[in-house]
Design a protein around this ligand. Structure first.
Ligand code: NAD
Ligand code: GLY
Length: 360
């Protein structure tokens, strides 16, 4: 029997539901009540739309609606495409009470969420994530953005969706490499704050890789519960929310050094988490064995755990200094005391980092 998991992000008047389960796109009575007003714009990408767009549009019998299908990929998360979403809203005649539906992965969610934040100073938007990464991370928490030539996510806004609907059946068409990259972000929740969840992932590795619906839905729900709790306590990342960046400062440096054409984001985060664990051990903050357990689980998920060949440690360190999480010459990082015990280290010595970067 398929179970639907329902949880909420508790943000007072801006609280919203997250529903996770098989076949939810076709369960229109569940998500139609989220829509505000008469006008609906559905934004999707060229890989997702052929599979799922018609099913969403078929439910919009009482709305004036249009669809905008953008080319797929991170390189499309631009101000230019953002302008296209705004133009589509204008063409639709969208008023202040229109709703935007983001049907796709994190690129579509971030880009169209930012357009929803800006159109008439903010309209409702519903996240319908179709990648595992978007289901467990980007669709929840209200971070929206586009990239500039000078860096990722440099222009954006906090704008919470009015609901998140994760139909796990959509993962059937997701390329397996993208599924594995999403699993890195799932492991992140265990690694940063929930050792029991880490053990559960270890025990259910094969079912997760096979995309068994019951198991993957539970993994998504447990991940979202972690994210929802952190976002409810620290919506705008004044403190605790930064823990969600475990592995990301290392990972962003790798992605940037590879010109965003190498490892996928989740893959780079996998390597970054291993680097954070090794750095913690090198500084005497954690047992090395915990890092080895993390690397072993990521390897079982088919994820990389070493820096790709050809990337110089000094250049990665320079990228890490530039990362937005670096403050006045010192490097601020998420480290851990072991599995499930991440913390924010405000000032990590660069020579210790360099030694780990040279060695991994
Ligand atoms: P993505 O949106 O590029 O999707 C990955 C690929 O899978 C794309 O080619 C897409 O077309 C395809 N795809 C998506 N769903 C599919 C499906 N069901 N079937 C077949 N193909 C499908 O990438 P992503 O990994 O989902 O998201 C990465 C983006 O998310 C990055 O831009 C990152 O910055 C952002 N992000 C944002 C947050 C946040 O809090 N807002 C958190 C993490 C990541
Ligand atoms: N993905 C990090 C955050 O949402 O804060």
């Amino acid at each position: 029997m398929n179970t639907t998991h329902s949880l909420r992000v508790a943000l007072g008047a801006r609280s919203y539901p997250i529903d996770i389960g098989a076949g939810l796109l076709d369960d229109a009575p569940r998500w139609l009540p989220l829509l505000r007003g008469r006008h609906v714009l559905v934004v999707s990408d060229a890989n997702v739309a052929p599979h799922y767009l018609a099913r969403v549009q078929a439910a919009l019998t009482r709305h004036t609606h249009r669809a905008l299908v953008l080319p797929a990929g991170e390189q499309e998360k631009t101000l230019h495409r953002f302008g296209e979403v705004l133009a589509a809203l204008a063409h639709l005649g969208a008023s202040r009470d229109a709703t935007l539906i983001a049907l796709g992965g994190g690129v579509i969610g971030d880009l169209s969420g930012f357009a929803a934040a800006c159109w008439m100073r903010g309209i409702a938007f519903v996240q319908m994530p179709t990648t595992l990464l978007a289901m467990v991370d980007s669709s929840v928490g209200g971070k929206t953005a586009v990239d500039l030539a000078s860096g990722k996510n440099l222009v954006g806004a906090f704008h919470q969706p009015v609901g998140v609907l994760a139909d796990t059946n959509t993962l059937v068409t997701l390329p397996v490499r993208e599924l594995r990259a999403g699993l890195a972000e799932v492991v992140k929740y265990g690694a940063l704050g929930d050792a029991a969840f880490f053990d559960w992932l270890d025990a259910h590795c094969d079912a997760l890789l096979a995309c068994d619906n019951t198991t993957i839905s539970e993994a998504i729900a447990r991940s979202c519960a972690h994210k929802a709790a952190i976002v409810a306590r620290d919506e705008t990342e004044q403190g605790e929310r930064a823990l969600l960046n475990l592995g990301h400062t290392f990972g962003h440096a790798i992605e940037a050094e590879q010109g965003y054409g190498g490892l996928l984001h989740g893959e780079a985060v996998a390597v970054g988490m291993v680097l954070a664990a090794r750095c913690s051990a090198a500084l005497g903050l954690a047992a090395a064995g915990d890092g080895e357990r993390l690397a072993a689980l990521l390897t079982r998920f088919g994820l990389p755990t070493a820096i790709p060949p050809g990337l110089a440690a000094e250049r990665l360190l320079a990228r890490m200094r530039l990362d937005k999480k670096a403050v006045s010459g010192s490097i601020r990082l998420v480290l851990w005391h072991g599995i499930g015990q991440a913390f924010i280290a405000p000032d990590v010595a660069e020579h210790a980092l360099l030694a780990v970067l040279r060695d991994t």
